[in-house]
Structure formats: structure tokens, C-alpha cells
Ligand binder design. Structure first.
Ligand code: SF4
Ligand code: SF4
Length: 195
């Protein structure tokens, strides 16, 4: 019979030798391998007490940014939701009322904005699609939970806190910053600060 690969092995039902029947040499051999690994450099770490250094391009939990005055940048245009391949983003748009200019930068804002972190694949397409510099992925990790519902993050978890601004400037390459200097994006005040 012709073998399908060159790696196939013929199984033989041969009798065990005395050494094999004693088992002891095999046990000693196994222990020697275990002992050898005690002195080798560990490839594992004690997570979560220890963490590895993240790559500069790591994409973790999203943030919905505020502008320099603290107003929410998102205008509920829905482009991030359309761009999302995992259909993880949903939102409800609302009209800004008089006197709310300090809360929302545009005339329209997201009264509800949710991301299902279990669906999200952290591809970053929402960030790329956003014309308002409103959504960014960050180096923060999504917390582990025991209930699925908790993974639907609303504005309470996504919008950055006034006293805890999230610095996303490290994620902006020189090329991206140059590209965004275009007058069309002037309203984003990117060049003032992204903090
Ligand atoms: S990172 Fe990708 S998958 Fe996650 S919400 Fe944004 S577009 Fe959707
Ligand atoms: S985050 Fe950006 S793309 Fe998404 S709805 Fe808000 S403004 Fe539009």
C-alpha cells in the first residue's frame, strides 16, 4: 500500500523489552526532563500580578474622547458601527438642547453608545472610520467577568472621565498626524491636544 505522507509510522505490536517492562528507566527519564526545566528560563509569567510589555500598537478597550473643554466629541454619525465587521457597536442619536453645548461638541450626540466587548475583535476599524476623533482603542485591557451582559459597555465605561483623561497620542504615528492636519479636520482640534 502506498503511504500518503513520508511521516507515517507503521504501528508494530511488538513485545516490550525487560527495560520497558520495568518502567523505572522511563520514569527516571521523565523526571530528568522535569528537573532540567527547573533551571531553564521560564516562558510563563505570574499573570495578573506580572504582565508583559504591550506592543505600542496594542489595541485594547475603547475610549470615547472629550474635547479640550470636556464636551463629548461623538456626534452619533454611526460610521464606526457601519465600519465594524463584528457588528459590536450600537447607538442612539439625540439632539443637543440649548445649554448643553458644554456637554456635547456637536448638535447631535449619542445618548446611548454601546460596544459588545465579546463581539469586538479589536481590529481598530471604528477608530479609523471616525471623522470626529471621538473613538480610540487604548492600551487598557477589558476586565474579565462571569456574566455575559457585563461585557456590553455603555457610555459609563467608554466616555473618558473628566479627571481621568486617556492619553491616546502615543497611538498616533507621524504620518497619521500629518494626514489629519488637513483643514477638513480642523474642528477636531487634533493639533492642540489629543489628551
Ligand atoms: S475594534 Fe473592530 S470589532 Fe471592535 S468595535 Fe471597533 S470596529 Fe468593531
Ligand atoms: S464614535 Fe465617531 S464614528 Fe462613531 S458615531 Fe461617534 S462620531 Fe461617529
Amino acid at each position: 500500500m502506498q503511504a500518503l505522507t513520508t511521516r507515517s509510522k507503521v504501528a508494530v505490536d511488538k513485545k516490550m523489552t525487560l527495560k520497558e517492562r520495568l518502567y523505572l528507566p522511563a520514569i527516571i527519564g521523565g523526571m530528568a526532563i522535569t528537573l532540567k526545566h527547573f533551571f531553564m528560563k521560564k516562558v510563563t509569567i505570574q499573570y495578573p500580578e506580572q504582565t508583559r510589555e504591550f506592543a505600542p500598537v496594542y489595541r485594547g478597550q475603547h475610549v470615547l474622547k472629550r474635547d479640550d473643554n470636556g464636551a463629548e466629541r461623538c456626534t452619533a454619525c454611526g460610521l464606526c458601527a457601519v465600519a465594524c465587521p463584528a457588528e459590536a457597536i450600537t447607538m442612539t442619536a439625540a439632539e443637543r438642547k440649548k445649554g448643553e453645548e458644554n456637554l456635547y461638541r456637536e448638535e447631535k450626540y449619542a445618548s446611548v453608545y454601546e460596544i459588545n466587548m465579546l463581539r469586538c475583535i479589536f481590529c481598530g476599524l471604528c477608530e479609523e472610520a471616525c471623522p470626529k476623533e471621538a473613538i480610540f482603542l487604548t492600551d487598557r485591557k477589558v476586565d474579565s467577568e462571569y456574566q455575559r451582559g457585563i461585557f456590553v459597555y455603555g457610555k459609563d465605561k467608554l466616555v473618558e472621565k473628566m479627571d481621568e483623561r486617556v492619553d491616546v497620542s502615543k497611538r498616533q504615528t507621524k504620518e497619521v498626524i500629518e494626514f489629519k492636519k488637513h483643514p477638513e479636520y480642523a474642528h477636531n482640534q487634533l493639533n492642540k491636544s489629543l489628551k
